[in-house]
Design a protein around this ligand. Sequence first.
Ligand code: B12
Ligand code: SF4
Ligand code: SF4
Length: 268
Amino acid sequence: MNHDQLVQLAGEYVEKNPGNFVSEDQALTDSVRGMKMYEAPIFGFASVQDDFFRKLKDQKIVGEHHRMPLDWMSEAKTVISFFAPLTENVRKSNAKKMDWPSDEWLHARIEGQAFLNDLLRFLQNELEKQGFKTMIPSLSDEFTSKIGKQAYTSNWSERHIAYACGLGTFCLSKGMITSKGVAGRFGSLITEMPIKPTERGYDRYDDYCTHCGVCVRNCPADAISLEKGKNHDLCCEFLDQIKETSKPRYGCGKCQVAVPCESEIPTK
Ligand code: B12
Ligand code: SF4
Ligand code: SF4
């Protein structure tokens, strides 16, 4: 197994696996039956020895609680991060009505995340078949996240890991912009397989954001401002309102659609 084979396997899995298509019994409406949720992921890699992982323990970046790759697996050599872009169907549907998430978006958040977890397990299995011990931090019993007033964090932040792996930079809405844009989800694995690190093609943590302010106008919760950035409390309260009506589904993502950074790095 090499880097290209891993990327190819993931691409094939996303195209063919039924989990990436809304099933008949789960579909909220007829129009979403069979809809594809995610496109083939893009990948980035970092060495577990990269000094950048230590920086994440800085309170201004994530904090002391953020784990180092070797805390998850002492034999590890490489951190693998991927970004799975949402399909055009999902993205465009969510831009039709800016005060409530589309059914397509709700599916991609919940059933879509379940599918991405399957993709992670599939890749873990493929790497282990080649003799490389591999683990998935977000699916480990030791993974923790805090979501509530003034505390929005985790001990493995997928965006910070993606940043380390050269996949992209943060932005005003506090999402992460990759070469395939901001609308999508991340996943990561830690493996014994040695893989050449991806170069980080940026200097500042928010290099790819133009500060155009379109996400500010899109946000139904007024959670984003050009002066103060993003207020997680307001965002989270809005997501809670959606959960009350759409349980077990929820989501919003208006800051990730109909924006110049939706599916590419915006031009300055
Ligand atoms: C907690 C959480 C939330 C909270 C808080 C969000 C947040 N930005 O932290 C709430 C509930 C509000 C939320 C909402 C949403 N979330 Co959320 N959430 C998470 C979760 C579980 C943990 C995030 C975390 O650990 N944050 C840690 C803190 C420290 O991050 P931070 O404050 O943003 O970090 C800042 C500092 O580091 C600062 N900084 C200052 N100096 C420096 C210097 C350097 C060098 C660097 C690197 C940074 C830096 O820059 C960062 C950004 O400003 C992750 C999953 C995961 N395990 O990562 C998903 C995750 C962040 N969410 C995601 C998504 C998609 C959403 C929603 C769109 C929901 C939806 N699907 O409809 C909204 C969008 C909100 C938004 N605009 O950010 C995606 C992000 C996708 C993307 N393209 O960015 C993630 C990664 C899930 C996934 N598996 O893909 N989420
Ligand atoms: S819409 Fe504009 S300001 Fe908002 S995150 Fe994207 S590039 Fe940055
Ligand atoms: S997810 Fe929705 S509420 Fe939260 S910041 Fe983005 S647009 Fe605003």
